[in-house]
Write a protein that binds this ligand. Structure first.
Ligand code: PLP
Length: 355
């Protein structure tokens, strides 16, 4: 029988596995450590701005995101045409690939890295070229430069790398960019930028000024605590920003999200204090993990990576039992988010049993 058939490339799209919600257990506070979310509730000014916007829900949002572009432009010291807002950086990944890749073109990224890269690559019919992480779970930027061919259109550098944690240095990234042909877009996915505390940290805005093919992806989902509202933005050369905007869904960033993001930028000092507290908690948990015998990769985001191999599912189940929900990657390892200290304590206790 004749039936509508989607493009054959759709069969190749892997399924996005979201972090599971926390399982409620009687007598035990459950913690969701599976999606790298900010555990703090939204700041007062942000909640009120969102409430005010809710009252206007019968109206379309501002198509041009005027206030949010203006606020970001002031915050970053960049003209608005260097920015492209969208519904989270996941949407930016799709848009960038849609704008730059024809079927058969190549997209290079490290593996394991952010699981949205293979999904979006397959969705646009491009071909993934994956480059294994080094033994200490870092990007191998030399090997990634070697992997670039005439067909390469886009390279993703996820720093800090989700789910393993290490960040590349500014020196490493600068050396890499010197080897990348100018027609290849290099996305520096800085979803965890605010959590980075290391010498020679990437200065994305400096790279943006020096390299028209560099695109920074940033998000309000992690440090800013607006994961549920879906707002992210790209910093790019105006031609690239225009291409990313051209393929966006009209009215994507809804009016509550726009208002909350503007208010979050105003509340930035208070938000970043919370980030400091999370970084302190990360360092505490990291020291404790090493104490009990784990050699975890350097964690520059708000999460740790335990390479558990065949014990991955067992660990995830035991964590569930202990009232903490983690993110297992089948047969490879678990990513565990930093959140409340009690959750961190339970995670360390559990990790000790698996050390
Ligand atoms: C969480 C995350 C994002 C952000 O996704 P949003 O769509 O903005 O919520 C982007 N990149 C990486 C590597 C992430 O971990």
């Amino acid at each position: 029988m004749d039936a509508p058939r989607p493009r054959p490339t759709l069969d190749a799209i892997p399924v996005y596995v979201p972090g599971k919600p926390a399982t409620v257990r009687p007598g035990l506070t459950a913690y969701k450590l599976s999606s790298n979310e900010n555990p703090y509730p939204p700041l007062p000014g942000v909640v009120e701005a969102a409430h005010r916007a809710v009252a206007r829900m019968n109206r379309y949002p501002d198509l041009g995101n005027t206030e949010l572009y203006a606020a970001l432009s002031r915050r970053l010291g960049l003209p608005e045409d260097h920015l492209a807002l969208s519904t989270g950086s996941v949407a930016l990944i799709y848009q960038l690939l849609t704008a730059y890749c024809a079927p058969g073109d190549e997209v290079v990224y490290a593996w394991r890295s952010f699981e949205a890269y293979p999904i979006a690559t397959a969705a646009v019919g491009a071909v993934e070229v994956t480059v294994p992480l080094t033994a200490d779970a870092r990007h191998d930027l030399d090997a990634m430069a070697d992997a670039i061919t005439d067909r390469t259109r886009v390279v993703f550098v996820c720093t800090p790398n989700n789910p393993t944690g290490p960040a590349v240095t500014h020196t490493e990234l600068t050396a890499f960019l010197a080897r990348v042909p100018g027609h290849v877009v290099v996305v520096v996915d800085e979803a965890y930028l605010e959590f980075v505390r290391m010498p020679d940290a990437v200065d994305g805005l400096a790279l943006h000024r020096e390299h028209p093919n560099v695109v920074l992806f940033r998000t309000f989902s992690k440090a800013y605590g607006l994961a549920g509202f879906r707002v992210g933005y790209a910093v790019a050369d105006p031609t690239v920003a225009a291409a990313v905007r051209a393929v966006s869904l009209p009215f994507g960033v809804n009016l509550v999200a726009q208002a909350a993001a503007v208010a979050s930028l105003e509340a930035e000092p208070a938000l970043l204090e919370r980030v400091d507290a999370l970084v302190a908690e990360r360092d505490r948990v990291g020291a404790a993990l090493r104490e009990v015998g784990w050699r975890v990769p350097d964690a520059q985001g708000n999460f740790f990576w335990l390479e558990l191999g065949e014990r991955t599912a067992e660990f995830a189940a035991a964590a569930e039992e202990a009232g903490v929900t983690v993110r297992p990657f089948a047969g490879h390892g678990c990513r565990v988010s930093i959140a409340e200290p009690e959750a961190g304590d339970r995670f360390v206790e559990l990790a000790a049993r698996f050390a």
